[in-house]
Design a protein around this ligand. Structure first.
Ligand code: ATP
Ligand code: MG
Length: 341
């Protein structure tokens, strides 16, 4: 079969597993907005609620609230539900239907090598959910059910995107088709890997049990300033070159966050602050962070005052998503040999 022409199409998702963090914003969301506004691709963005229950059971009320708040975060950060398709994963059944096919394409060995599986299952893998193990096959389905050609993500998702490419290639090979695109990762947000404020060797995560480790987009100005003030650092002043940050993960993280928020390079941050002690630098960093994040959190709060409107936006988004996904799933089932009526 000849290579189909794939429409340039972007897909990405965020889990409603907690509140949005600065890492999600700088590593993913900002890029989602630029890709939407460039207008060269169709853009599809998703609240992946089915992924959010893989690591632990969430309180149902909390999950619903997280999903609405995440939708508010997307819109407050600049996603326009008219320009982009903005919806909630569980409202488009085609994701899980394609995921089953991919469960039968992906190999146990591939899944077992995923670092997110190893990190999240930890030492107690026997007791982790089957869903956590199968997560990357559902993620591949999220992407490929739209024939997405580009996926903007933070660096931590690189391995899952490689697996998505492997699944697409194996499906195409096994069924002798050129049906699924080999998706390109787009990793290169403002900061592709924002680290944990209490441990600069681990990434910042919305599901970390400790709130001190992250900045949430809904944090007040005082909370942001306090978390930055208490962030782990070392006693040395800021160096004058980026090489001087070698072996100083906590220091590097704060400089990286400053650069991403102020939209300047790390070297420019050091040109301005070389020789400063972290006590002073943290005050400047808190100012930049509050400047950038306060308008987003204010807009999120405004949108959250009208949950019915959020549900309406997600309902409409799901309809638009299904228009793209349904024929692709149907064709997949046909290729695999499922009877179609
Ligand atoms: P969880 O802890 O539940 O996995 P998370 O904070 O890792 O939550 P995800 O929903 O898994 O968030 O990821 C959403 C997007 O944000 C992905 O594109 C991911 O690569 C990106 N991302 C997550 N954490 C960071 C980070 N610390 N720095 C940069 N990008 C990140
Ligand atoms: Mg994650």
């Amino acid at each position: 079969m000849s290579e189909p022409q794939f429409t340039p199409r972007v897909f990405s998702g965020i889990q409603p597993s907690g509140g949005l963090t600065l890492g999600n914003y700088l590593g993913a969301m900002k890029r989602f907005v630029t890709m939407q506004n460039e207008g060269t691709h169709e853009t599809i963005y998703c609240m992946v609620d089915l992924h959010a229950i893989t690591a632990k059971r969430l309180d149902p009320t909390e999950l619903r609230n997280n999903t609405r708040e995440l939708c508010a975060g997307f819109i407050a950060a600049g996603i326009d539900p008219e320009k982009s398709v903005l919806f909630n994963q569980s409202q488009v059944a085609e994701h899980t239907q394609l995921a089953w096919i991919f469960n039968c394409v992906a190999r146990m060995g591939w899944m077992g090598r995923m670092t997110q599986w190893k990190d999240k299952a930890g030492k107690n893998a026997e007791n982790a959910s089957l869903g956590l193990f199968a997560y990357p096959a559902l993620m591949a389905a999220d992407i490929l059910v739209y024939h997405a050609t580009h996926v903007p993500v933070g660096e931590d998702q690189k391995q899952h995107l490689e697996l998505t490419r492997d699944i697409a290639a194996k499906f195409n090979h096994d069924y002798d088709v050129d049906f699924f695109p080999i998706t390109e990762p787009v990793i290169g947000g403002a900061a592709t890997r924002v680290m944990n404020l209490q441990d600069g060797t681990r990434k910042m995560s919305k599901s970390d049990p400790s709130d001190k480790t992250r900045i949430n987009l809904t944090d007040s100005a005082d909370a942001i300033a306090k978390k930055i003030r208490k962030a782990k650092t070392d006693p040395d002043p800021l160096p004058d070159t980026v090489e001087g940050l070698e072996g100083r993960p906590d220091a590097r993280n704060l400089v990286n966050i400053y650069a991403a928020l102020a939209d300047i390079t790390q070297q420019e941050v050091l040109d301005q602050h070389a020789g400063a002690l972290f006590g002073h630098f943290k005050v400047a960093l808190a100012d930049v962070a509050v400047d950038q994040l306060a308008p987003i959190s204010t807009e999120m709060a405004r949108l959250m005052d009208d949950p019915a409107e959020i549900d309406r936006i997600l309902g409409r988004g799901a309809e638009r998503a299904r228009e793209i996904a349904a024929p692709i799933l149907d064709r997949t089932y046909d290729i695999v040999g499922m009877l179609r009526s």
